[in-house]
Design a protein around this ligand. Structure first.
Ligand code: PMP
Ligand code: GLN
Length: 381
């Protein structure tokens, strides 16, 4: 059979490619973003307890109410922002499903969606599958700053959505308050929906503050925020996340959600509902990952790589142009196969695969893994 592909030009994603290469060559995997340490035993025990207490059948479609309540309280506590747990918060299969469902709910054929490159890889295929058109705005190394005039000029009568990701994967940058105000101004009095992917909200360093879209009242009215428990609680394999948005938009979202997944893993939701009520379980994450970033950067400070310390996320991009001029995909592969450390080449996230000789490393790893990787990276001349 020769199926007619809906995504004819799409290859296997870079996380799978680099992960497989790392496995094959027994390399340290700093490529895909996941911790190599366990989630809190307390949380794991709560999941077991929930299973043993019989929470093994379908969860409610919106998600377990106690968990939605806890999320609403978290928004109140952190951002003094109110979401109604009844109809403005939905539990999803990771942030990925929330993102896919949001795009599918609102993007019609030929609608335009503005996004910033380098961009995490799950937005674009979802837009294309729905017949939408991606309007990329390329940001450049090392600052990756947004020129909001460019954004303004990219808006047309067909613009239906703007996707932002702050803290940003893969760059490790954040949008400032001024960035968010610009976005609020530009989208005010339009029908543009904003998808604000905030999965790294608790990993912001050096005293900076996460500028959640919910802090900007007019922006909030048109915005879905997506979040991932996997990122926050060190269990990316559980694939639980959520999204929040104004009730009129959420009503439409739910029409798709109910036939996309209907509901999400039940015992995990019961456990998370109890676990997130203790703010200590996420409030220390900034310092935890700032420390990991510092450990990694201190250990490679004498290497030939150059960098600006990541401001957020658990990724650090390094420029290798002091070592070689080969393209970043070949460099990442060579580093994996010949030296034993896997990373992610940034060009795959860029418009026209722009190659700025930059690769991304995940520092959500045990300190000994970071030290071992640094010893290898320091040897590159
Ligand atoms: N958005 C960004 C920016 C990510 O890095 C990731 C990867 N975790 C996701 C969304 C998807 O999150 P999840 O694993 O919860 O689906
Ligand atoms: N979010 C993770 C990263 O950026 C990867 C998730 C995936 O493999 N799709 O590394």
């Amino acid at each position: 059979m020769t199926p007619i592909s809906k995504l004819p030009n799409l290859e296997t994603n870079i996380f799978t490619i680099m992960g497989n290469l790392a496995k094959k060559h027994n390399a340290i995997n700093l490529a895909q973003g996941f911790p190599n340490f366990n989630s809190d035993q307390k949380l794991n025990d709560l999941v077991t307890k929930a299973m043993n207490s019989g929470y093994n059948q379908y969860a409610p479609m919106h998600g377990v109410l106690a968990l939605r309540d806890a999320i609403a309280q978290k928004f109140e506590g952190l951002y003094q922002s109110t979401y109604n747990p009844e109809n403005e918060i939905v539990i999803t299969v990771g942030a990925t499903q929330a993102i896919f469902t949001i795009i599918t709910t609102f993007i019609h054929p030929l609608d335009e969606v503005i996004l910033f490159k380098p961009a995490y890889d799950c937005y674009e295929p979802a837009i294309k599958l729905n017949g939408g058109k991606v309007i990329p705005i390329q940001l450049t190394y090392p600052g990756y700053e947004v020129d909001w005039n460019k954004v303004k000029n990219a808006i047309t009568a067909n613009t239906k959505m703007i996707v932002i990701n702050t803290p940003q994967n893969p760059c490790g940058t954040v949008f400032s308050k001024e960035d968010m105000q610009q976005l609020e101004l530009i989208t005010n009095n339009t029908n543009i929906i904003v998808l604000s992917d905030e999965v790294y909200e608790h990993m912001v360093f050096d005293g900076l503050k996460h500028q959640s879209a919910c802090l900007f009242p007019q922006l909030k009215e048109r915005t879905f925020i997506t979040a991932s428990f996997g990122k926050t609680f060190h269990n990316t394999g559980w694939k639980i996340g959520y999204c929040c948005g104004p009730k009129e938009l959420m009503k439409e979202f739910l029409k798709v959600h109910q036939f996309n997944v209907f509901c999400v893993n039940h015992p995990t939701q019961i456990a998370l509902a109890e676990y997130i009520n203790e703010p200590n379980n996420y409030e220390q994450l900034n310092l935890f990952y700032e420390d990991k970033r510092n450990t990694f950067l201190e250990a490679i400070k004498d290497s030939k790589f150059t960098f600006i310390p990541s401001k957020a996320t658990y990724f650090q991009v390094l420029n290798y142009s002091g070592i070689t001029q080969i393209n970043d995909i070949d460099f990442a592969k060579k580093l994996t196969v010949e030296f034993g450390v896997a990373s992610i080449p940034i060009s795959v996230f860029n418009t026209n695969n722009l190659d700025e000789k930059v690769v991304r490393f995940c520092f959500a790893k045990k300190d000994e893994t970071l030290q071992k990787s640094a010893e290898i990276l320091n040897k590159l001349e």
